[in-house]
Design a protein around this ligand. Structure first.
Ligand SMILES: Nc1ncnc2c1ncn2[C@@H]1O[C@H](COP(=O)(O)OP(=O)(O)O)[C@@H](O)[C@H]1O
Ligand SMILES: Nc1ccn([C@@H]2O[C@H](COP(=O)(O)OP(=O)(O)O)[C@@H](O)[C@H]2O)c(=O)n1
Length: 256
């Protein structure tokens, strides 16, 4: 009789420590779900045996995933630089804005309308939605280095991350693309004119996005700056020039 209950080893539970490589069918199992990490020994042994099939990969990713937050005004060039970082260094790029737009367009999404309203008005979507999208994307990627672009963008984002993700990840630094407001506006309008299809690359939405950035995002950047975690990059030169600085920062922080 298996009366005793067996606690799943903690290491199998947390992000990047096995979960990222678990096949889909495990993802709602007791192995996966942090809230139900106790199961009968029979279940545990069965899951354990199946999990052992993927053990080599699990062992390789035993460290916590590394995270770099990428912040800056709307149109500062965060996405452009993230693509270059991905090309040069082994990072997975997760744009909070892209994930929200994807969720907005997903058939059957219960958040579609809410997300559209927030985006059009330049407001920050409640962190419960954004952080879950980020965590899922991290788990599904199987990678261990992430550029989290456009997040955390306000106090609610930061609090949510600290509640849900900070223990499971290692934040490296904040890459801050510093760009004058008029340059940001010009870039966003340019992006709109060249067919971004974004419902917020217009002057009316931009005014609100800039206001949100000044009121809600800058204090978060300031907070990280006071903690000595900000790498500030002048985002006004052309993209290749900006990347020279970005590359220097990553190399100086031990990334190859
Ligand atoms: N350094 C740069 N100089 C000029 N234009 C740029 C530069 N970086 C990005 N852009 C252009 O500005 C627009 C916004 O860039 P993007 O990377 O999408 O910004 P963000 O992700 O910060 O909103 C895009 O059309 C992009 O091609
Ligand atoms: N953490 C985030 C990031 C983006 N967003 C929403 O998505 C919009 C677009 O963000 P984005 O990062 O794709 O684009 P930029 O404003 O940086 O150009 C923001 O104006 C917000 O409405 C959010 O709610 N929360």
């Amino acid at each position: 009789m298996w009366r005793a209950i067996t606690r799943i080893p903690k290491t199998l539970d947390s992000l990047g420590q096995g979960v990222a490589v678990l096949p889909q069918q495990f993802q709602h199992s007791q192995l996966y779900n942090n809230n139900h990490n106790i199961c009968s020994k029979t279940n545990y042994l069965s899951l354990h045996n199946q999990a052992s099939l993927i053990r080599p990969k699990y062992r390789m990713s035993s460290a916590k995933p590394k995270v770099v937050f990428v912040l800056g005004g709307p149109g500062a060039g965060k996405g452009t630089q993230c693509s270059k970082i991905v090309e040069r260094f082994q990072f997975e790029h997760l744009s909070a804005g892209d994930l929200l737009r994807e969720e907005r367009s997903r058939e059957g999404s219960e958040y579609g309308q809410l997300i559209e309203e927030y985006i059009r008005n330049g407001k920050i979507v409640p962190v419960e939605v954004t952080c879950s999208l980020l965590e899922n994307a991290m788990k599904n990627s199987g990678k261990s280095r992430f550029l989290i672009d456009g997040f955390p963008r306000n106090q609610d984002n930061l609090d949510g991350w600290n509640r849900q993700m900070s223990d499971k990840t290692e934040m490296q630094f904040v890459l801050f693309f510093d760009c004058a407001e008029d340059v940001c506006v010009k870039r966003c309008l340019g992006r709109g004119q060249s067919g971004s299809g974004r419902s917020d690359d217009n002057m009316e939405s931009l005014k609100k996005r800039i206001q949100t950035y000044n009121n809600d995002s800058l204090p978060i950047i300031k907070y990280f700056e006071n903690a000595g975690q900000v790498k500030r990059i002048d985002a006004s030169p052309d993209a290749d020039k900006v990347f020279q600085e970005v590359e220097r920062v990553f190399l100086a922080n031990g990334f190859q």
